[in-house]
Write a new protein. Structure first.
Length: 212
């Protein structure tokens, strides 16, 4: 299962990179110097005419080199989905303060390289937080950014706390996720107690534990 999830993440990462690096040559199959909506839809099948027109600033009915450079976020939304196993991201995984949405800080705790622009692309209602309706669109982005969910869901403190003292020290964490560094451990250990407690088993901890 883990290997399948990693494969899915890799596929989405490649798709994300492909959208970001798309050039006119990639789209302009008839080599006429621009990419019309048919040529763009060959890559991004669900792109609408309205979205195409938004990028087509000179209303030429074709994207030129300058316009394609502005289209990466739009293309990313419309790339065909992988046929690999679906990964459902739950809001609770990100919403560590329990306020019903995930702000950019909570998202970056799981995936530190998410940009403000990428966050805003998912945040359709401009509320500065991803809600239940928006979280479904976030899985592809986070997978492309290297986030790998745990194959068994949220890992509990009981799973780590082998000596039963109510917290998980670095060695107990490393028994599950051997690559966790001291600095990473300390970032989760907010109270500097040298052990993760129930309150610290948050999204950042889950990300580290999922990384084998």
């Amino acid at each position: 299962m883990k290997n399948l999830m990693l494969t899915t993440a890799s596929i989405f990462a490649l798709s994300f990179a492909a959208a970001s690096a798309m050039t006119l040559t990639d789209l302009d199959t008839n080599a006429d110097g621009s990419a019309d909506i048919g040529e763009v839809r060959a890559v991004a099948p669900t792109l609408t005419q309205e979205e195409f027109n938004t990028i087509d600033a000179d209303a030429s009915n074709g994207w030129d080199d300058n316009e394609i450079g502005l289209a990466s976020d739009m293309l990313l939304k419309h790339l065909p989905k992988s046929s690999g196993p679906a990964v459902k991201l739950e809001l609770a995984t990100l919403d560590t303060n329990g306020d019903g949405s995930a702000d950019i800080g909570e998202v970056r705790a799981v995936s530190p390289t998410v940009t403000q622009e990428e966050f805003n692309m998912i945040d359709a209602d401009a509320s500065a937080g991803w809600d239940d309706n928006e979280i479904g669109n976030a899985s592809d982005l986070l997978l492309a950014k290297g986030y790998v969910p745990s194959e068994t869901g949220m890992i509990t403190l009981d799973t780590l706390d082998s000596n039963g003292d109510g917290s998980a020290d670095l060695q107990e964490v490393r028994n599950v996720a051997p690559t966790v560094t001291q600095d990473e451990f300390n970032q989760v250990d907010a109270d500097a107690s040298a052990g993760w407690d129930d309150n610290e088993m948050n999204a950042q901890a889950q990300m580290l534990l999922a990384r084998k």
